[in-house]
Design a protein around this ligand. Structure first.
Ligand code: G16
Length: 543
C-alpha cells in the first residue's frame, strides 16, 4: 500500500479555540478540511521513533469518517501503532488515560464536546500530548501556523478498517488495534475509589440517576455504575451513544439536562443525580432537591477527597480557572495547601499537575478532575461524590449545608448571551476594558470596586505568560464580576458574565443564588451596559 501525497491549499479558519478546532460539520466536510488539520498536527508535534497514537471520539456524526482518515494519515506520517476505540468511541478522559498508560506520544480526539451533533451540528478535532493533556498554546499556535501554509497531506492508500470489532490490523507499516473503549478506564476508577464501600451503600438502598445524554459516557456508566457498583438496571438513562445525540444538546447543565433536574427536584428523586457531556469530561451533580454548582462541587470534593483511597494521602494543591468561584480557595487555606488561579481551559492545569503542585482541579464550566489523568473527568467526579457519600453516610444536601456552615457560601451564577454578532461582543469587551483603569475606588450603590483588570496568568512552572484571559472586577464586600468571550462556540460570539458573592458561615447560607446575586447583576448592567450592547433583555442561559 503506497503512501499518497495529496496537494492541498490552506484554509484560513483553522485556529484552535479553548479546546481544539470546532466547526460546523459542513465546514469539516469541505474537501481537504479535516485532512489539512490532521496533517498540520502531524507536521508539528513530537513523534519519537516507534510512536503510538491514540484515536477516538465521542461518536457524533462524521466521527467514523474522520477516524478512518486519521488512521490513514497517521500511518503515512510514520506512527508505528494506533490504539482506536471500538466503534470509534473513546471519552476524552479515557484518551488521556490511554496515552499515559501505553506511553503514546499523543492522541487525536474527535469531539465538539457538549455542542449539538448531527449533519447540521458541530464537529471538532483536538490533539493531546504525551502527558495525556490538551496541547498547550505553543503547540496549538504552531499547528495553526502550519495550517496557513500547508500544501500537501499524506495518506496510506488503504481501505477502511472494521471499527466495530476488537481486533488487530495493519495499515502501511502501522499496527492498528481496535480496543475496548471502557476496560482500561474502568480499571483506573477501581484503583482510585473504594468500590466495595459504594457497593455496600447501594446494597443498603443508595439510589441514583445518571443521564448519559446519548453521548459517549453511556457505555462507561453502564459498565461502572450498573455492572461494577450494582446500581439497578436503568440507572443510566439515554445510555446509547447516537450520532446526533438523540437530537439533544449534551451540555450537563440545568437547562439542557432539565429532565434530570426535574426528576431530582420531584418527590420521586433518587438520592443522587448526575450527567455528563458529549465527550465525557464534564459533570453535573444534583442531590435530592439540591443542585451543586461546579465551583461548590470542586470545593466539596477537595474538602472530602481524603475519604477515597486514591487521595487518602491528602492533596498537594488545588487549581481552579479564574472565573470559577473562590469556594475552593477557602478549602485550600484550611488544608494549608496552595490554590492556583489559571485561565479558562484545562490545558493550563497540565504543568501544575505534572509538577506535583496541584492534585485536584476544577472549572465553573462543569469540569473537575485530578492528577490521575490530564483532562477533566465527568465519571471520576461522580464516583468521588459517591465514595464520599458512602463513607459519610449523608445526603448531598446535608453535606452541602455542613460545608457552607463551615466555610461560608460563594453564591454563584453564569449568565450566557449566545450567538451575538462578533462585532457587538468585541465592542462591549473593549468598552469595559477601557473603563478598567478608572474603576478602582468607584462606588456602585454601597459597594466599592477594589480591583479591575484584564486577567494575565504567569505559569509558575514554565514562566509563560497568557494575557487577556477575561476581565475581572472585584468589590470590597468580596463580590466579583467576570466578563469573557467563550472560546468554544461555532456561531457568532458568546458573552459569559460570571457573578459571585461570598457569605461567611454566620451569614445567609440558605438563600437562592438569584436572590443573593440580584444586586450584583444590576451593578454589572451599570458597568457594562449589556442590554444596550447585545440588544437582549437578559441572558439566554443562566447556570
Ligand atoms: C472546554 C475546555 C474547558 C473550558 C470550557 C469552556 O471544555 O476544555 O477547560 O472551561 O471549554 O470554555 P469557554 O468558556 O471558552 O466556552 P469542553 O468540555 O467544551 O472541552
Amino acid at each position: 500500500m503506497p503512501t499518497i501525497r495529496y496537494p492541498t491549499r490552506p484554509f484560513a479558519d483553522q485556529k484552535p479555540g479553548t479546546s481544539g478546532l470546532r466547526k460546523k460539520v459542513r465546514v469539516f466536510e469541505q474537501p481537504g478540511y479535516a485532512q489539512n488539520f490532521l496533517q498540520s498536527i502531524f507536521d508539528v508535534v513530537a513523534r519519537p521513533e516507534g510512536a503510538t497514537l491514540v484515536i477516538g471520539g465521542d461518536g457524533r456524526y462524521y466521527n467514523r469518517t474522520v477516524i478512518q482518515l486519521a488512521i490513514r494519515i497517521a500511518a503515512a506520517n510514520g506512527y508505528a501503532r494506533a490504539l482506536v476505540g471500538r466503534g470509534g468511541l473513546l471519552s476524552t478522559p479515557a484518551v488521556s488515560h490511554l496515552i499515559r498508560k501505553y506511553g503514546a506520544s499523543g492522541g487525536v480526539i474527535l469531539s465538539a464536546s457538549h455542542n449539538p451533533a448531527g449533519r447540521d451540528g458541530d464537529f471538532g478535532i483536538k490533539y493531546n500530548i504525551a502527558n495525556g493533556g490538551p496541547a498547550p498554546e505553543a503547540i496549538t499556535d504552531a499547528i495553526h501556523a502550519r495550517t496557513l501554509v500547508i500544501d500537501r497531506w499524506l495518506a496510506e492508500d488503504a481501505p477502511d478498517i472494521d471499527l466495530e470489532q476488537v481486533g488487530q490490523y495493519r495499515v502501511g507499516t502501522m499496527d492498528v488495534e481496535i480496543i475496548d473503549p471502557v476496560q482500561d478506564y474502568a480499571e483506573l476508577m477501581e484503583e482510585l475509589f473504594d468500590f466495595s464501600v459504594i457497593r455496600g451503600a447501594v446494597a443498603e438502598g443508595l439510589t441514583m440517576a445518571f443521564d448519559a445524554m446519548h453521548a459517549v459516557t453511556g457505555p462507561y456508566a453502564v459498565e461502572i455504575l450498573e455492572k461494577r457498583l450494582g446500581f439497578a438496571a436503568g440507572t443510566v438513562r439515554n445510555a446509547v451513544p447516537l450520532e446526533d445525540f438523540g437530537g439533544g444538546h449534551p451540555d450537563p447543565n440545568l437547562v439542557h439536562a432539565h429532565e434530570l433536574y426535574a426528576l431530582m427536584m420531584s418527590d420521586a428523586a433518587p438520592d443522587f443525580g448526575a450527567a455528563s457531556d458529549g465527550d465525557g469530561d464534564r459533570n453535573l451533580i444534583i442531590g435530592r432537591g439540591c443542585y451543586i454548582t461546579p465551583s461548590d462541587s470542586l470545593a466539596m470534593l477537595a474538602a472530602n477527597a481524603h475519604l477515597a483511597p486514591g487521595y487518602a494521602g491528602g492533596l498537594r494543591g488545588i487549581a481552579r480557572s479564574m472565573p470559577t468561584s473562590a469556594a475552593a480557595d477557602r478549602v485550600a487555606a484550611d488544608l494549608g495547601i496552595a490554590c492556583f488561579e489559571t485561565p479558562t481551559g484545562w490545558k493550563y492545569f497540565g504543568n501544575l499537575l505534572d509538577a506535583g503542585m496541584a492534585t485536584i482541579c476544577g472549572e465553573e464550566s462543569a469540569g473537575t478532575g485530578s492528577d490521575h489523568i490530564r483532562e477533566k473527568d465527568g465519571l471520576w467526579a461522580v464516583l468521588l461524590w459517591l465514595n464520599i457519600l458512602a463513607v459519610r453516610k449523608m445526603s448531598v444536601d446535608a453535606l452541602a449545608r455542613a460545608h457552607w456552615a463551615r466555610f461560608g457560601r460563594n453564591y454563584y451564577a453564569r449568565h450566557d448571551y449566545e450567538e451575538l454578532p462578533v462585532a457587538d461582543a468585541d465592542k462591549l469587551m473593549d468598552a469595559v476594558k477601557a473603563e478598567l483603569p478608572s474603576m478602582p475606588g468607584t462606588k456602585f450603590g454601597d459597594i466599592e470596586v477594589t480591583l479591575a483588570d484584564s486577567f494575565t496568568y504567569d505559569d509558575p512552572v514554565d514562566g509563560t505568560s497568557s494575557v487577556n484571559q477575561g476581565v475581572r472586577i472585584c468589590f470590597a464586600d468580596g463580590s466579583r464580576a467576570v466578563f469573557r468571550l467563550s472560546g468554544t462556540g461555532t456561531e457568532g460570539a458568546t458573552l459569559r458574565v460570571y457573578l459571585e458573592r461570598y457569605e461567611p458561615p454566620q451569614g445567609i447560607i440558605d438563600a437562592t443564588p438569584s436572590e443573593m446575586l440580584a444586586g450584583l447583576a444590576s451593578v454589572v448592567e451599570l458597568i457594562a451596559d449589556v442590554q444596550t450592547h447585545t440588544g437582549r433583555a437578559g441572558p439566554d442561559i443562566v447556570t
